[in-house]
Design a protein. Structure first.
Length: 411
């Protein structure tokens, strides 16, 4: 029997029991659709993690004040008290050569006003390296100069969201805005970054020199002299990150006179470790989702095997007649294997269509990121073919090994 005859015979046999064939393919349909949706969600989540890495920087450390034990033995949350200073940042810059960029910063909330418009936003008081560490670029205007940092200049750089809310299509450079009650001159605007890895709007920000923030915007917080909330540093090479973290911790413990065994009054956050933990969690989630989809395919394959075994039992006399008129074991095996693969392929095609639609719906209405591409569809099609081939082989082989004389005796 040639391939065309094998397919024609398989289609004729499946049409004779089309309802049973449709129900048999249901397991494959669900399994293939699940593979496409789950893999698409896994790849979309991984893409979000890559975006997070690019937004935060993979060779960066963030040091926050607090994290030690306050009065009465209660642990103090990171950033809740001012235990870091500009002198700490200067010491890190001077004594740790692996620290390529170092920037101390203060932050807070404010109402920014221009003409009749106003917007509630976050301000950041920064040192020069802050822009390099956070990978911010100037869209228009000029960056802060040395005299702006040393002279506590009333100059501000606006994020894209703040610019659009206050100025629309106008050029804000050179305009005067008020942060709280203090007038500031707009020096520049920042290039937009969009949403961050944790869902925040990174462009909803205004940036001022650190000394400006201390003198003009932090008056009501009673800052200790030279105090800062955070010190960020960028390491020259990612492989030096752990070493730099250890050096920073040792330096700050020495500067803050923290005795062995006492808790630190600061917290060092390694962005690479945060991202690695999230990546591992996502990988485990993807494996779990893939296992669920794989189980669905196995169940569908077992259904195909079960129905094909039933079909062999029902058609023993037909098999005997075919053998009696010249069909060999190979022809019988090809026929039943073709039937199993047709059931799997039909289910695979329907499952692929449903999986694509399901992935698009999850991406549109769900909260999970989805990345649908041709490789996912090709993977699903490969699974479909493999399922029919694997689970259809045993029934086909069993049919081909029947004794034609014994088969003809069956009523």
């Amino acid at each position: 029997m040639n391939l065309v005859e094998v397919l024609r015979t398989a289609i004729f046999a499946l049409r004779g029991n089309w309802m049973r064939s449709a129900l048999t393919s249901l397991g494959v349909i669900i399994g293939i659709a699940a593979v496409i949706v789950m893999v698409s969600v896994g790849q979309g989540t991984q893409a979000e993690i890559d975006k997070l890495v690019s937004g935060l920087g993979s060779n960066r450390l963030d040091i926050s004040g607090g994290g030690g034990v306050g009065g009465g033995g209660a642990r103090v949350a990171a950033g809740s008290r001012y235990t870091l200073s500009v002198d700490d940042a200067d010491a890190i810059r001077k004594e740790i050569p692996e620290a390529q960029y170092v920037a101390a910063s203060l932050r807070g909330g404010t109402q920014i006003v221009f003409a009749e418009g106003n917007w509630s936003t976050q301000w950041q008081g920064v040192q020069p390296d802050w822009f390099d560490i956070n990978e911010w670029s100037i869209a228009s205007g000029r960056a802060f100069e040395s005299r702006d940092y040393t002279g506590a200049a009333k100059s501000v750089i606006l994020g894209d969201t703040v610019t659009r809310q206050l100025f629309g299509d106008q050029d804000p450079v050179g305009q005067t805005v008020r942060l709280g009650r203090v007038p500031f001159t707009v020096l520049a605007t920042l290039k937009p970054k969009g949403q961050g890895g944790f869902g925040q709007d990174q462009d909803d920000i205004v940036v001022v020199p650190l000394e400006t923030a201390r003198r003009r915007l932090s008056g009501s917080t009673a800052l200790p002299p030279g105090a800062v909330q955070q010190i960020s540093l960028g390491v020259d090479r990612p492989e030096n990150l752990s070493y730099a973290q250890s050096e920073v911790e040792d330096l700050l413990r020495q500067r803050h006179k923290i005795q062995p065994g006492d808790d630190d009054d600061f917290t060092v956050r390694n962005i690479a470790e945060v991202v690695a933990t999230r990546t591992q969690t996502t990988r485990l989630m993807s494996l779990l989702l893939g296992a669920v989809a794989g189980i669905s395919l196995i169940v569908g394959g077992i259904g195909i095997m079960n129905i094909m075994l039933v079909s062999v039992t029902e058609r023993i006399r037909e098999i005997g007649l075919r053998m009696a008129v010249g069909a060999g074991p190979g022809d019988i095996r090809k026929q039943f294997l073709a039937e199993a693969m047709l059931i799997s392929l039909i289910g695979g095609v329907i499952g692929i269509l449903l999986g694509i639609v399901g992935a698009l719906l999850v991406g549109k209405f769900g909260s999970l990121p989805v990345a649908l591409n041709g490789r996912v569809v090709a993977l699903a099609a490969g699974f479909s073919i493999a399922t029919g081939l694997f689970f259809g082989y045993y029934p086909a082989r069993k049919a081909s090994l029947l004794d034609p004389i014994e088969a003809l005796r069956q009523q």
